[in-house]
Write a protein that binds this ligand. Structure first.
Ligand code: OAD
Length: 231
């Protein structure tokens, strides 16, 4: 076994203190996903959307990577074969833990997208107010660099290529409710990969996986990585 593709979702960051989307505590701080995470919402009420993501960006300063993020960073550093971590999360906890071979399929809180020039640039702080585009200087044109519902996820070509040569596909902390990520397990299976789900509980797509290990990410992920890297 040499090529590993790992898909992560909100469950891997839950123990860092970032709420999941579909958990009992429900994220979105009283907002429905459809009210903040669509191009239509941005056009209708940009201040609400920017304020919402400004709050989530600010919250990053109050959280830290947990043992699951650190275990994946260790696997990334030590695994001699191919490896790609595809995260649906817009937080920066994988990279703060040290992961390098990482794709943010749904974008990043710490990135801004200019609606005028299409430029993407690292962004910290608040977007609501007088933020200007670092590339073209346009005022009032920045939006969160987040893939809204109905928009094209990032880096699908690279992800498809990694899935096509995967020997092992591992899904961690995701409910499998949002496509295309929810379909990766089927693509990996069709390519001949073994498939493993690590999650708090069985998800809607659990039957698609060869194996499931259920429990807290901070426990099951380090245990799996230890097993994989054991001599
Ligand atoms: P969900 O909130 O849908 O699912 C989180 C999963 O993590 C659930 O299956 C939980 O059982 C599991 N979980 C919760 N706590 C856990 C823990 N401590 N350890 C392990 N697992 C745990 O989140 P996602 O599947 O990531 O899109 O949601 C997918 C996308 O929906 C998000 O990327 C977001 C949202 O719309 C965008 O923002 C574009």
């Amino acid at each position: 076994m040499s090529n590993i593709v790992i898909l992560t979702g909100a469950g891997i960051s839950a123990e860092s203190g970032l709420a999941t989307f579909r958990g009992p505590e429900g994220l979105w701080e009283g907002h429905r996903v459809e009210d903040v995470c669509t191009p239509e919402a941005l056009a209708r009420d940009p201040a609400m959307v920017l304020r919402f993501y400004d709050a989530r960006r600010a919250a990053l300063g109050r959280v830290a990577p947990n043992p699951a993020h650190r275990a994946l960073a260790r696997l990334d550093a030590e695994w001699p074969g191919g490896l790609l971590i595809v995260t649906q999360n817009v937080d920066d906890l994988h990279e703060r833990a040290g992961a390098k071979r990482l794709i943010h399929i749904h974008g990043e809180l710490l990135s801004a997208l200019c609606r005028k020039c299409g430029g993407r640039a690292r962004f910290a702080g608040a977007m609501l107010g007088d933020a200007t585009c670092a590339a073209c200087g346009a005022a009032d044109a920045l939006r969160p660099d987040i893939v809204f519902f109905g928009e094209m996820p990032y880096e699908m070509e690279a992800i498809d290529a990694a899935l096509a040569r995967a020997d092992l596909f591992v899904s961690i902390g995701t409910s499998g409710a949002v496509y295309p990520a929810a379909g990766f397990v089927r693509i990996a299976r069709a390519a001949g990969a073994e498939t493993l789900e690590l999650n708090l509980e069985a998800s809607a797509g659990s039957a698609l996986f060869d194996e499931g290990r259920f429990g807290l990410a901070s426990e099951v992920v380090p245990a799996w990585v230890d097993q994989l890297l054991a001599p």
